[in-house]
Design a protein around this ligand. Structure first.
Ligand SMILES: [Zn+2]
Length: 370
């Protein structure tokens, strides 16, 4: 079983949160894997990055197409992946990242290759690591695109943390650690506390900037003409209820946001996350061209093998959960009993209660027809 909170004593934990957050401390142990051989040898993918700052690097992955890939082990400026598309007439930026400095970094990379006006910056969904750097775009007059409900979700989820009493926010998570019935439950509760502490810290360090260009999913798919380069903005269910992807059909490239985690356990905690919806979306990704290049929300650039792997992860969670469901294990216990198989042992788990736990809880609810 993977648990990144192991080895973090309470004192150490407090020391870590005071500077950069416990998740980032843990993330330092998870280096970004190198490009897979198949991706590295893909003619579309540049051998060397255009710009590399450690915490993220930007690489050309097609004609006018660039991927920003984060390495949280080297810093928390961006955390999520992103990228940009530069046509003859306009550019589209993808993601607001965790900090304004992260969005600025990506803009610098765009300006190294193109001076065209920026049509917009799209948050693929509202989560903090994709939206907290939005203020950079606001300050620079770049329209902020997102799912029609993303602005509200940012306000509902992050504004209440601003100026809040940290002890009050963290108290229920501290209580879960105290009340844990086993070492496993305690470790899971600790990983959740670490994650919430990190989100609290980021939210309080951020001037929230809300998307001002809401996109109604009923109007999608929507073609975006950038001049000799056409992107499709699409919405699919799964990760957050606000998920958008950017697809470039002519070049078989997809920016998936968090609908694809490559080599990570999927983050499933969102109240609007749907496991069956997400697995259907992944099935659609798997049905795209076999040479499709994916820029996932987290992890390295990948081909169809990355989609196949996350589908296997969901299959494995579902397989273990179904056995427990059928033998009458209550959901409260089942969510802690999943065992990470050896083949996924190096996959980062953001926090148990944000990934595997809610995946199992949501699967149980679907089977019960709740
Ligand atoms: Zn997310």
């Amino acid at each position: 079983m993977i648990d990144f909170s192991k080895g973090f004593s309470r004192r150490k934990f407090i020391a870590n949160t005071s500077c950069f957050g416990a998740f980032y401390a843990a993330a330092r142990l998870i280096p970004l894997p190198a490009l897979a051989a198949e991706t590295a040898s893909d003619a579309r993918v540049a051998a060397t990055p255009l710009l590399d700052k450690g915490f993220a690097s930007v690489r050309k992955i097609g004609n006018g197409l660039y991927a920003t890939i984060s390495d949280p082990s080297k810093g928390s400026t961006t955390i999520s992946n992103g990228g940009f598309l530069a046509g003859k007439d306009a550019a589209l930026l993808i993601e607001g990242f965790t900090t304004a400095a992260g969005a600025s970094f990506q803009m610098d990379a765009l300006r190294m290759v193109s001076q065209v006006p920026v049509k917009g910056a799209l948050d693929t969904h509202y989560h903090f690591d994709h939206s907290m750097g939005n203020s950079f775009y606001g300050a620079n007059g770049v329209a902020l695109w997102a799912h029609a409900t993303a602005a509200k979700r940012i306000m509902d989820n992050y504004a209440p943390l601003q100026g809040a009493d940290k002890e009050v926010v963290l108290a229920p998570f501290e209580k879960r650690i105290r009340d844990a019935k086993s070492d496993t439950e305690r470790a899971h509760a600790q990983s959740d506390l670490n994650a919430v502490s990190s989100v609290f810290q980021v939210a309080n360090a951020t001037v929230l900037a809300l998307p001002n260009h809401p996109i109604d999913p009923a109007r999608l798919p929507m073609p975006i003409d950038l001049g000799g380069l056409t992107a499709m903005v699409e919405s699919h269910p799964g990760h957050s209820g606000t998920d958008m992807i950017v697809r470039v059909p002519e070049q078989n490239v997809v920016y998936t946001g968090d609908l694809l985690f490559n080599g990570w356990y999927p983050v499933c905690f969102d109240e609007k996350a749907t496991i069956s919806g997400w697995r259907d979306t992944l099935k659609k990704f798997a049905a795209l061209d076999k040479d499709t290049l994916f820029v996932p929300g987290h992890g390295q650039i990948c081909g169809q093998e990355g989609v196949a792997t996350i589908r296997e992860v969901f299959d494995d969670i579902a397989g273990q959960a179904e056995k427990m469901y059928k033998s009458g294990v209550p959901v409260g216990e089942a969510q802690h009993r999943y065992v990470v198989p050896v083949k996924f042992k190096d996959f980062p788990v953001f926090a148990w209660g944000f990934t595997i736990g809610p995946a199992i809880t949501k699967m149980y609810a679907e089977w019960k027809g709740v």
